[in-house]
Design a protein around this ligand. Structure first.
Ligand code: 9MG
Length: 263
């Protein structure tokens, strides 16, 4: 899953992909490098990020989704928690919903139920403690893996009870979302325990602050750390890897997947 941020405050792309033309060009690169999914996001979820209005988010993502849809044979994911954005993005051509709030926003669960009535629109349910602007202030868990696992199990149950078929659900522990370095490392070391939830596992580790903390590296210098984490996550059972550097990540996860298959 290649990352396409269409936000002016994105920590990793410096806000370069704000025009639909520039975004489309970056999408072409991601697809040429081997992305099967492109995750289009119009609101930054990095720690401390300022929320945007629904209209602003729509204005950022819709032209990009339409342009990608018209040209590239790739699954378009919409990275949003807002039901209005989910509905409009799917109408414009998105085929996957990536929700860092796991459909907890008002109306989001119903939107995904409705969107899955006549078509298949899988949704990624991610764990996050708190909200982006405060989540890194003092994250606390008694047992982080147990907490994340039971949160995701509950969200799966809510989705099933609302009528979303099980095969539309993808789960994600939410690395860096209300978690310390120790929480992130523990979650990664125990990632395979989430496989018992019987949903495909998505991970986002690319250029995250845990790499900065371990290597004392700025986002632009976190490629090698990102590749190491992506490979480890695949070895522990991750099926989808959300990444900025698609070509390098694909190579790394291909190797890890081959080792996992040999296990
Ligand atoms: C939008 N976004 C930023 N980081 C992410 C992560 O780790 N997982 C998912 N699903 N989305 C993310």
């Amino acid at each position: 899953m290649g990352i396409l941020n269409v936000t002016p405050d994105s920590f990793s792309d410096g806000g370069h992909f704000l025009s639909a033309t520039a975004a489309l060009q970056h999408a072409r690169t991601l697809v040429a490098e081997g992305a099967a999914i492109i995750d289009v996001g119009g609101e930054s979820t990095r720690p401390g990020a300022t929320p945007v209005t629904t209209q602003e988010e729509l204005d950022r993502v819709l032209p990009v989704i339409e342009a990608i849809r018209a040209e590239l044979p790739v699954i378009i994911s919409i990275d949003t928690s807002k039901p209005e954005v989910m509905r409009a993005a799917v109408q414009a051509g998105a085929g996957f919903i990536n929700d860092v709030r796991a459909l907890r926003a008002e109306g989001a669960l119903q939107a995904v139920v409705d969107l899955n009535r006549d078509q298949s629109v899988p949704v990624c349910l991610m764990h996050m403690q708190g909200e982006p602007h405060t989540m890194q202030q003092s994250p606390h868990y008694d047992d982080v893996t147990q907490h994340v696992s039971s949160f995701l199990a509950q969200r799966i149950q809510h989705c099933l009870a609302a009528g979303i078929p099980r095969d539309r659900l993808v789960i994600d522990p939410g690395f860096g979302f209300g978690k310390t370095l120790t929480h992130n490392l523990t979650l990664l070391a125990q990632l395979n325990t989430l496989l018992s939830l019987q949903a495909p596992l998505l991970v986002g580790l690319s250029r995250k602050s845990m790499i900065g903390a371990l290597l004392d590296a700025q986002p632009a210098a976190r490629l090698h750390g990102s590749l190491a984490l992506a490979a480890l996550a695949v070895l522990k059972g991750a099926l989808i890897v959300r990444a900025h550097d698609v070509q390098a990540t694909r190579d790394a996860v291909k190797i890890a997947a081959a080792v996992r298959q040999a296990e």
